[in-house]
Design a protein. Structure first.
Length: 263
């Protein structure tokens, strides 16, 4: 592995390109530790600071992860989100077995909290209104790939199973429909990119300057009244969003008016 000192590309970017290629090729597998920074500096004939810049760049891209006191490893988890939030409802409003096979959801807490502004706006209430929130983490392999929360009106959730600090043996929306007595009829998804909070960066094991993708999912009943507002945050470089849909066929041309004569 060498770099070209006369190239226009900075040395740390040349090294990053070579490391990406080697990881893609399978020279280092997911979870495998890379050589130490001094070892790679000697390997490429550059200063340790140059290699450190390379590692920092690949960490932001989500390719590498650094474990303090242990070393730098290939991060193998890349989450492919299938059909965005529609995947949570599964085929025929049932359990989404494909997602369940790849990802493990863990309940992180249940309680009453002040609604953050985006949740309050979605429900049409004042900022800080007390609501019931169910927080969760989603893990794949050994990494946390999602930090999430589902919010409900206290008036809807009080005295129901939604208040219990336990996981259900079925999707949350099915439990909510039965507990609240209203059916999920439509939903909107709003996705934005932003910097993570300190807590999000720690949980997702990413640098504080690594962008995250944030989803606001609002589920409505048939009268367009919100039932649930859900949030999900994913490490941006490790997440791809895929939407599959049919493209409608061209509409047939209308028959010309038989009373008209075309020149």
């Amino acid at each position: 592995m060498t770099i070209n000192p006369g190239a226009a590309e900075f040395p740390h970017r040349q090294i990053a390109a070579q490391l990406r290629e080697r990881i893609r090729r399978g020279d280092w597998n997911p979870g495998e530790r890379l050589p130490s920074i001094p070892a790679m500096a000697e390997m490429f004939g550059v200063a340790k600071q140059t290699v450190q810049r390379t590692v920092d760049q690949l960490r932001v891209e989500g390719i590498l992860i650094t474990k303090p006191g242990s070393g730098t490893y290939v991060r193998g988890t890349r989450r492919r989100l299938n059909r965005l939030s529609r995947g949570r409802y599964g085929a025929h409003r049932g359990y989404h077995a494909d997602l369940a096979a790849r990802y493990r959801q863990q309940l992180a807490g249940v309680g009453r909290e002040a609604a953050p502004p985006e949740v309050a706006d979605a429900f049409g209430v004042r900022d800080g209104t007390e609501m019931l929130v169910r927080r969760h983490l989603v893990r794949a392999d050994d990494a946390t790939v999602e930090v999430g929360a589902s919010w409900f009106r206290v008036t809807d959730a009080t005295g129901t199973s939604l208040e219990r600090a336990e996981s259900f043996g079925r999707p949350l929306y099915q439990e909510a429909e039965e507990a609240i007595g209203r059916r999920y009829a439509s939903a909107t998804d709003t996705i934005s990119a932003r910097q993570p909070s300190r807590e999000e960066a720690e949980i997702l094991q990413i640098r504080p300057d690594t962008p995250v993708l944030h989803l606001l999912h609002v589920a409505f009943d048939e009268t367009r009244k919100p039932i649930e507002v859900a949030q999900a945050t994913w490490p941006g470089p490790m997440t791809t969003l895929t939407e599959e849909y049919r493209i409608p066929a061209p509409a047939p041309e209308p028959d010309p008016d038989p009373g008209l004569t075309l020149a």
